[in-house]
Structure formats: C-alpha cells, structure tokens
Design a protein around this ligand. Structure first.
Ligand code: PGA
Length: 251
C-alpha cells in the first residue's frame, strides 16, 4: 500500500508573516489527517519560520528547488545542506515553471535529484507534457524521455525514495484539470516505464501524484483512481480552507 501524499506548492507566494498566518490557520484544520502525509513546499525565505510554525502538527516542510552542487560559485542557488539546516525535509525538483522560465532540463533535474538524495532530502520530481505535445499524441513519448533523463543512473533503492508529480503543463494554474481517467492513464504509463527501467515491484512502491488545478471539488475523484497516490497543489494550497478540503479528500 502506498501512503497518500498531498503537497502544497506555494510557488512565489507568501512573505514570512503571511506564511506563519497561513500555517496558524491550517494547523487546527489538519489535526486529523489520518494516513495522508501532508507537506507544504514554501519559498526559501519562509522555510525556517514555517518549520517552527508547524511544530505540534503533522505538517512537513519542503523547498521548491535545490542546487545540484554542494557549494561554491553558483550565485542565487541554495544547497541541500542549507535546506536541511533550516528544516526542509522535501524538495520539489523540475517543476514545469522552472523548465519553462529558468532553463531547467532533464539533465539538471537529474543532477538536482541526485544531490537531494545524497543529502537525505526527499525529492518530488515533476514531469508532464504541454498542450501541443498532448494534441500531437506525444504525451507518452515525452513522459518516457523525462523519466529516463531524470532518473538516469538511479538504483532501485534511489527510485523508491522519490515521489513523482505528474503535472500536465496545460492543467497548471489554468482551471483545466485532466480528467481523472486521463490523469490515471498517464500515471499508469509512468509506472509501467519505471517497471521497465527498474522492476515491477519497485515501480509499485513509487508514489506518483497528480498536479494541475487539483482542488477541493475534484480531489476526491482524482484520489480514488487506482494509480494516483496524491496531489501537488498550487493555487488551492494558499487558502487554509481549500487546502484542508484537498487533504481531507476522503470527506
Ligand atoms: P495549480 O498548480 O494547482 O495552481 O494548478 C499546481 C502546480 O504547479 O504544482
């Protein structure tokens, strides 16, 4: 059985003050989250404050990116050791916004993920096709290339520690959710690809989230599909009431 994991992706939202306010509102609402693992991935500047604010709750804290080097002349980057020091446990890697606006490639995603694992940070690796790619029937080919690139050189032990977020780019922040069937089909394909690269039992252990306009209304249906193990939540993670409803997708 794979443990469901709902992760908020705050993106470039919330000052420290706003972050603490949001966590303060979330804590009582997420007291009883049952078996679901709950993570909030927050801007670098908020990590330390959020880590303190979640004390006494089951909410875990993550970052939104990590450098692929240990240290050195990489202006603007934040290392895995720095993230660990302020209390991050998870880290999002290869989000489509990073790929689209900041030149992230499958190769850099691979290097960042290796670095996260080396430092005991749990990576949430994002993959997904654009609208053009889907319309041209290339979805599976794109996912296969992204998986082979992101996890090149990985052992079976490595891949078991990774969470994958399947996020069709056309569904992110657009209000257009993939249907639960579409999402499940792509996630099944991702699992099949992992089974070929690693083994079927290992692939069956990897948790794969859906992301892209997942919200209070559609979370239950998406989460009831066979292969969807969680969600990476953007917009709906910024309001305590909405995020609570997604986390409590079972009612
Ligand atoms: P969204 O974002 O829920 O606002 O569509 C999801 C994401 O980008 O991770």
């Amino acid at each position: 059985m794979r443990k469901p994991i709902i992760a908020g992706n705050w993106k470039m939202n919330n000052t420290q003050k706003e972050a603490v306010e949001l966590i303060t509102a979330l804590k009582p609402r997420l007291k009883d989250v049952g078996k679901t693992e709950v993570v909030v991935c927050v801007p670098y500047t908020c990590i330390e404050k959020v880590k303190k604010a979640v004390r006494g709750s089951k909410i875990k804290v993550g970052a939104e990116n990590v450098a692929w080097a240990d240290k050195g002349a990489f202006t603007g980057e934040i290392s895995a050791a720095m993230l660990k020091e302020v209390g991050a446990e998870y880290v999002i890697i290869g989000h489509s916004e990073r790929r689209q606006y900041f030149g992230e490639t499958d190769e850099s995603v691979n290097k960042r993920t290796v670095q996260a694992l080396k430092n005991d940070l749990k990576p949430i690796v994002c993959i997904g096709e654009t609208l053009d790619e889907r319309e041209e029937g290339k979805t599976n080919a794109v996912l296969k290339t992204q998986i082979e690139g992101a996890f090149a050189g990985f052992t079976q032990d490595d891949i078991k520690k990774v969470v994958i977020a399947y996020e069709p780019v056309w569904a992110i922040g657009t209000g257009k959710t993939a249907t639960s069937e579409q999402a499940n089909e792509s996630i099944k394909f991702i699992r099949k690809t992992l089974a070929k690269l690693f083994t079927r039992p290992v692939a069956n252990k990897v948790r794969i989230q859906y992301g892209g306009s997942m919200n209070a209304k559609n979370a239950h249906e998406l989460m009831s599909m066979s292969d969807i193990d969680g969600g990476l939540i953007g917009g709906a993670s910024l309001k305590a009431e909405d995020f609570e409803k997604v986390v409590k997708f079972n009612g």
